[in-house]
Design a protein around this ligand. Structure first.
Ligand code: ZN
Length: 389
């Protein structure tokens, strides 16, 4: 099953250049307002579009624009835009008349269009127009056949949203070890986009993961925090695992990376098999009580948490910066990197949890939510989850 529905509405249609990034759209708009512009259908002018892989000056020079005119263009722009900061992310459109006269120059940088037009006596005038921001929402859902990353990518979920999704459930699901074929996922998200299609500030509004190992997990946002369909907060004292999907994905820069790891329980702790160098995250807020070599543990970090809990991270290849006895760490912070130091047959993280000195099975620890909503808020959360595909 794969679904991706999209609905769109247009906001902020301010400015003449609202929908225009494509040159033709810009020309249509220009033609509509300028009396001297020919009809666009006739195409009696030349349009050059591109992104800034070279300086504006070089670009204009290559288009045959002379020194005097180039310096007037640059002068008109300089008060509003730093021309040295133009990047391949930024784009331009130049419109020439049939006789090769520069009629318009539009630079799109961040969320503005900078429009240069010839005014009287060879001077150029500049106007700055906000680009149109589209706000949209999307729904997607599917079944896992190889990995979460592949399944979500195939359904059109942008990489940033996949990572946000794993964050939403980071207290409840270990997406590195608990994902199984046949597990079901779905989500809804809001986002903005600029005319080039670049996605800005995606935000997951509701999500579901129903897996063999994990059971059914749900989430919907309410006032900036996520709650499940019983109104319980998704935040909890412990992350579901010390190896964190987002951390690992951003560490391995390969965009096609879709991690699947394994864990073993050869003793009172858990061994997470992972590549050497994989970032290791604190599962809860705490204080570093030990960071050093300890016999067979090799490089070891010990954290003390509230309620008498303690977590240990062994066989590290190195410590994270700033990890030293007495330092505070926040949940999710990197404390070190997977290695094979001490008595270890290969790279893995030896992770253990104790409470008041007694070893506990981290995988069986009771999930305790950090708060809840009731009444109308709870109903809204439940309704958002119910609306998922
Ligand atoms: Zn171990």
């Amino acid at each position: 099953m794969m679904i991706n529905r999209e609905r769109t509405r247009w906001l902020a249609l301010a400015g003449v250049f609202a929908a225009a990034l494509g040159a033709i759209a810009i020309i249509t708009l220009l033609a509509g307002r300028g009396g001297d512009m020919p009809r666009p259908g006739a195409r009696p002018f030349r349009v050059v579009t591109g992104t800034f892989t070279a300086s504006l000056d070089l670009l204009l020079k290559n288009e045959g624009i002379g020194d005097a005119q180039r310096s007037r263009v640059v002068k008109a722009l300089a008060s509003k835009i730093n021309l040295r900061r133009l990047r391949p992310d930024d784009s331009y459109s130049i419109v020439f008349s049939t006789s090769g006269i520069l009629k318009y120059l539009v630079i799109t940088k961040e969320l503005n269009n900078y429009v240069i037009t010839p005014a009287t006596s060879g001077v150029f005038s500049l106007s700055v127009q906000p680009v149109a921001i589209r706000t949209s929402s999307s729904l997607a859902g599917g079944k896992i056949t190889s990995s979460l990353w592949e399944s979500m990518s195939a359904a059109g979920v942008p990489p940033a949203v996949i990572l946000d999704y794993t964050d939403v459930f980071s207290w409840a699901v270990d997406f590195l070890t608990e994902v199984r074929n046949g597990d079901r996922w779905s989500l809804a998200w809001d986002y903005s986009s600029d005319p080039s299609g670049k996605i800005i500030a995606p935000k997951i509004t509701a999500a579901l993961y129903d897996g063999k190992e994990t059971g059914r997990k749900t989430a919907a946002v309410y006032q900036g925090a996520y709650y499940d369909d019983r109104g319980e907060s998704l935040r909890s004292m412990f992350l579901r695992a010390p190896l964190h999907y987002r951390r690992i994905s951003s560490y391995f820069t390969n965009r096609r990376f879709h991690p699947v790891l394994k864990y073993f329980r050869p003793h009172l702790g858990i061994d997470y098999a992972a590549q050497s160098g994989t970032p290791v995250s604190a599962v809860a807020d705490g204080v570093v009580t030990f960071a050093g070599w300890k016999g067979g543990n090799g490089r070891l970090v010990i954290l003390r948490h509230s309620a008498g809990y303690e977590t240990t991270y062994g066989h590290l290849s190195r410590y994270a910066r700033n990890i030293a006895r007495g330092r505070r760490v926040s949940q999710g912070d990197v404390v070190g990197y997977v290695g094979s130091s001490g008595l270890s047959s290969g790279p893995h993280l030896d992770f253990r949890l104790k409470q008041n000195g007694r070893p506990l099975n981290f995988l069986k620890i009771k999930y305790r939510s950090s708060g809840s909503v009731s009444g109308k808020a709870k109903e809204a959360v439940a309704a958002a989850i119910k609306a998922l595909p």
